[in-house]
Design a protein around this ligand. Structure first.
Ligand code: ZN
Ligand code: ZN
Length: 184
């Protein structure tokens, strides 16, 4: 234990936008509760994210949503808020992001948009979507534990900019990340 890592005591999932299915969030919550061994609660009231829409890019600005998430509902001690959206997210220097997190902070978010097979012109695959969502959620929550990107390509903290890479890594932390984050 380094003592530096802020432990996760609870996770709240917050739907971002009106078009997100709550049953999908329930499924994700159950997986995250298992991974982090904490209670994971799904909020039913979606947060409006229209303010973050960039007309020129046709995408939502991830960092703006993250700030709003933090300001609208500051989590309790050790709590994390994970926003989940169907909107396509970007940060100014990148074409898109799967998600974003506050490093060693309480808030993170992820988008399901590019995790869906339909985005790539393929038939829907709910099982694969669920798997990808868990990996991306665990990755972003890992950042909230102070973890940066990992060089181990099987580790969930490996940096991924494509679904192909996402599919090759696991949903678990490698030993180094696990120790660095003080996870059991
Ligand atoms: Zn990352
Ligand atoms: Zn790692």
């Amino acid at each position: 234990m380094t003592g530096a890592a802020p432990r996760i005591r609870s996770i709240r999932l917050r739907p971002l936008g009106q078009d997100i299915g709550l049953e999908r969030l329930d499924e994700l919550a159950a997986s995250l509760a298992r991974v982090f061994r904490v209670s994971c609660h799904v909020e039913t009231a979606p947060m409006d994210v229209d303010f973050a829409f960039d007309v020129l890019r046709g995408q939502h600005h991830s960092t703006a949503i993250l700030e709003n998430l933090f300001n609208s509902a500051p989590p309790e001690e050790g709590g994390r808020v994970l926003g989940v959206t169907e909107k396509d997210l970007f940060v100014p220097v990148l074409t898109f992001v799967f998600g974003e997190a506050q490093l060693a902070g309480p808030c993170a978010l992820l988008s399901l948009k590019r995790l869906r097979e339909e985005f790539y012109g393929l038939p829907p695959n709910p099982g694969l979507l669920a798997e990808r969502a868990v990996k991306e959620a665990v990755h972003e929550l890992g950042h909230t534990l102070g973890l940066r990107h990992c060089r181990n390509w099987e580790c969930v903290m490996a940096s991924t900019h494509s679904v192909e890479r996402l599919d090759t890594k696991s949903s678990g932390f490698c030993g180094l990340c696990r120790r660095a984050a003080g996870l059991p």
